[in-house]
Ligand binder design. Structure first.
Ligand code: AMP
Length: 466
């Protein structure tokens, strides 16, 4: 029997295919029938262009329903979906192309799908085994080199079914979808829950205060990153009445501050459900739907997830949704797993006597700004090339809006604003430093390594946080 993820999702589409899938701003909608037909045309076009099962299809574009038709069409054709952050520069995209060697690259999904409609439909989906690759999700590496996490049909299906059950999704739900769809959160976590329910999504291209507030009047579930919730709370239009229709607010991808959790509860009477996940394993733990949700804890491991904390405090996991390896990186893959098969998450945390998981930090130096990952090394490599820079150390500092803001501590001289502008030429805007500080020397340990903890302490208040 085929384990193609497309077949699982399509088997849950509503019997009445005229039911809306995407509720667009301005009142228009795209039905499940149209989504299904779009995916069939996409699969037909891919086959006509010689895309065989296992071939990569890369997409970098602004968010649109057509991107989802392409995602589903790629699955249906048995190919591998490779979404890229829309903020990546051409130089960054060139690296991903060289690594993934996609057979097809798509940068204008509406046009690509419109043209695909001229191609024959692909009726059946390509047979796939559970372990066959469905998607390659790029996560930057601490060395500055990106790695593609290989996620199989079986891994994605298993996680989607677990979340659908854990969060109590039904066809009566309406999901507010304002997340980007090049990342596991918007693409797999949110989308799959809606599709498995045959439920509509209020489909927003991005987080826009006014559109989100209006969307809340139609939705029953919202999924977001912490920044979404701090923005909502900063808006006086976000009232208790506005949140009344919703049965569930889910949050993840970065730590949710207990103060945000408390303020949200005070404003709406509802407790945000925080969960923990990553590109390499989709969702790992979640607070309970029915039981108590505790601020600061990411809840319990999902059914089937085997989670442990080693003596150094690192969270390690094993389970059906964990990725198989990093694409074409056997050494990195081998390093990332323990000899007994647990994935080393790089997150530091603990399990309390009740079985709840708490995350206290990141073993690696990853910065999460506005829900996006920034690897300091990548920014440092760019800074170090600039005139006037002897050496740089990039850290994340508490930021009231983004959670963490990128700060560059630079040995050398220069103009702060000009340097920020310069880095934006080669880096996506979210990775560029928000502040540059010039110093005479950097604090180092006996081995000559820069002590970033020290820098984080020194500049903790740079954005007025702390
Ligand atoms: P990504 O692969 O982009 O999804 O980033 C994964 C990382 O985000 C994890 O390894 C964690 O460090 C962090 N993360 C995700 N969810 C949470 C959460 N609820 N609390 C704290 N950190 C989180």
């Amino acid at each position: 029997m085929s384990a193609n993820l497309y077949d699982l999702l399509a088997s849950r589409f509503p019997a009445d295919r005229s039911r809306p899938c995407f509720l667009l701003s301005g009142g228009a909608a795209i039905s499940y029938g149209e989504l299904e037909a779009g995916a069939a045309h996409v699969a037909g076009r891919l086959a006509a262009e010689g895309v065989a099962p296992g071939d990569r299809v890369m997409l970098q574009a602004e968010k649109s329903p057509e991107s989802i038709m392409i995602y589903l069409g790629v699955l249906k054709a048995g190919a591998v979906y490779v979404p890229l952050n829309s903020a990546y520069t051409p130089a960054e995209v060139a690296d991903f192309r060289a690594d993934a060697e996609p057979r097809v690259i798509i940068d204008d999904p509406p046009l690509w799908v419109a043209e695909a409609r001229a191609h024959s439909l692909m009726t059946g989906s390509a047979p796939r085994a559970s372990g066959d690759l469905a998607s390659l999700i790029y996560t930057s590496g601490t060395t500055g080199r990106s790695k593609g996490a290989m996620l199989s049909h079986g891994a994605l299906a298993d996680n989607a079914l677990a979340l659908h059950a854990a969060w109590g999704f039904t066809p009566a739900d309406v999901l507010l979808h304002a997340l980007p769809i090049f990342h596991v959160h918007g693409l797999f976590v949110a989308l799959h829950c809606a599709l498995l329910s045959g439920a509509p999504m209020v489909w927003l291209a991005k987080f826009d205060d006014a559109q989100v507030l209006a969307g809340l009047d139609r939705a029953t579930v919202m999924m977001g990153v912490p920044t979404f919730y701090t923005r909502l709370l900063a808006n006086p239009g976000f009232t208790r009445r506005r949140a009344e229709r919703l049965r569930l607010f889910v949050c993840g991808s970065a730590p949710l501050l207990p103060s945000t959790f408390a303020e949200f509860e005070a404003r709406t009477g509802q407790r945000i459900l925080e969960r923990y996940g990553m590109s390499e394993a989709v969702i790992i733990t979640t607070n309970p739907l029915a039981g108590e949700r505790i601020a600061g804890s990411v809840g319990y491991p999902l059914p089937g997830v085997d989670l442990r904390v080693d003596e150094a405090g690192e969270i390690q996991i094993r389970g059906p949704s964990v990725f198989s390896a990093y694409w074409r990186a056997p050494e990195k893959s081998a390093e990332s797993f323990t000899p007994d098969g647990y994935f080393r998450t790089g997150d530091v945390g603990r399990i309390d006597p009740d079985g709840r998981v708490w995350i206290s930090g990141r073993a690696k130096d990853l910065i999460i700004s506005g829900g996006y990952n920034v690897y300091p090394k990548e920014v440092e490599l760019v800074l170090d090339e600039l005139p006037g820079v002897v050496e740089s150390a990039v850290i994340g500092c508490p930021h009231p809006d983004f959670g963490e803001g990128v700060v560059a501590v630079v040995i050398g001289q220069g103009d702060e604003a000009a340097m920020i502008t310069e880095t934006r030429r080669s880096l996506a805007a979210y990775k560029a430093p928000k502040r540059v500080v010039f110093v005479g020397e950097l604090p180092r340990n006996a081995m000559g390594k820069v002590m970033k903890n020290r820098l984080r302490e020194t500049y903790a208040g740079i954005f007025g946080g702390g």
